[in-house]
Design a protein around this ligand. Structure first.
Ligand SMILES: Nc1ncnc2c1ncn2[C@@H]1O[C@H](COP(=O)(O)OP(=O)(O)O)[C@@H](O)[C@H]1O
Ligand SMILES: [Mg+2]
Length: 316
């Protein structure tokens, strides 16, 4: 397949995949979107695994037959730990928010377009509030926003200095969400946190919510009755309180991801389902296309807003 040529995105756009709820498909989405985009286009993607569960790291290293190097990377702290650690010898000269400038960057190239900063179980939750300010300067100082087009951050499901760091470093965030009884809580808590971060990172906006693990259904919407009710509650929240209370605009993606048993116990890679079930792969490809076109429109709008000085940015 010939890869689609896109204009390089400069500087790279940084996108967090985040929800204050676990098991909603954040990791599955981060891994597959990154992979699909690099397979389909010439874009270069850096994935940052900021979740101490490091499932993204395991999935990607395993897929590219590099899982055996992980132990050594962790021993040398060639992981996300390096981005946040304090260098004792340079401590005195480091100013607030400045990352350590180690000689080797904790980046593993998986192929010529896809790279990862591996996650680490030993990412401690030390009380040191300057940590949250280190990620964006790390990306900027090491020229990573020129080396890549997109930077995806897979976030933990809890609020910590690291999820804060991810949002502070991001241009956009994406909310993967199931449509279950308590999905709305995870989203509400997230927007409360995002609102605080926007005070110091004004450019942060939402690229959209992506519904995951939906029960396959013959209804025209493809979504069953109970999930449709939960969806309506969530969307009413997006259209009302999210804007009135938090001034955050969230639009759901049209593309949804349905529940496929195999993905829950086999590899999370959609691509590997191609032979058994083409339709599974198609879902992720549709999502990839919608993701790229939304991003393109958002980048264009933000540019126009910057030119016009209009702060009242609306989503598509
Ligand atoms: N579409 C899907 N169908 C079935 N299982 C899925 C699907 N997407 C993800 N899963 C499974 O659900 C679990 C949680 O997904 P994960 O992406 O790890 O969520 P999170 O990162 O939000 O905790 C994993 O075991 C994953 O394999
Ligand atoms: Mg995860």
């Amino acid at each position: 397949m010939n890869k689609k040529e896109f204009n390089n995105v400069t500087p790279a756009k940084v996108i967090s995949f985040i929800n204050m709820k676990g098991g909603v498909g954040k990791t599955t989405l981060t891994v597959n979107l990154a992979y699909e985009i690099t397979e389909y286009s010439n874009l270069r993607v850096l994935v940052i695994d900021i979740d101490p569960q490091f499932n993204t790291t395991q999935s990607l290293l395993n897929h590219f037959s590099k899982l055996d190097i992980y132990e050594e990377l962790q021993l040398k702290s060639d992981t996300i730990v390096k981005v946040f650690e304090k260098s004792n010898k340079k401590k005195a000269t480091l100013s607030k928010g400045e990352p350590d400038n180690e000689s080797t960057l904790p980046i593993q190239n998986l192929n010529s377009q896809l790279s990862i900063i591996p996650g680490d179980l030993y990412l401690t939750n030390e009380i040191d509030s300057t940590r949250a300010d280190r990620l964006r300067p790390f990306l900027e100082k090491n020229d990573l926003l020129n080396d890549f087009d997109l930077v995806f951050i897979d976030c933990p499901p809890t609020w910590s200095l690291y999820s804060q760091a991810a949002l502070k470093a991001s241009d956009y965030f994406v909310i993967p969400s199931k449509l279950d009884e308590f999905s709305l809580y995870g989203i509400k808590i997230l927007l409360e946190k995002v609102e605080d971060v926007i005070d110091s990172n004004k450019k942060l906006s939402c690229l959209g919510a992506i519904y995951t693990m939906i029960s396959e259904n013959k209804a025209a919407s493809g979504i069953n009755r109970k999930q449709t009710e939960n969806k309506e509650k969530i969307e009413s929240f997006f259209e009302n309180e999210a804007i009135e209370e938090f001034n955050i605009h969230v639009k759901p993606f049209r593309s949804i991801l349905t529940f496929h048993n195999r993905l829950s116990y086999e590899s999370v890679f959609y691509e590997l389902q191609r032979e058994k079930k083409e339709a599974v792969c198609q879902e992720m490809q549709d999502l990839r296309d919608e993701f790229l076109s939304k991003l393109k429109i958002m980048i264009k709008r933000k540019k126009e807003v910057d030119i016009d000085g209009d702060k009242n940015l609306q989503l598509i």
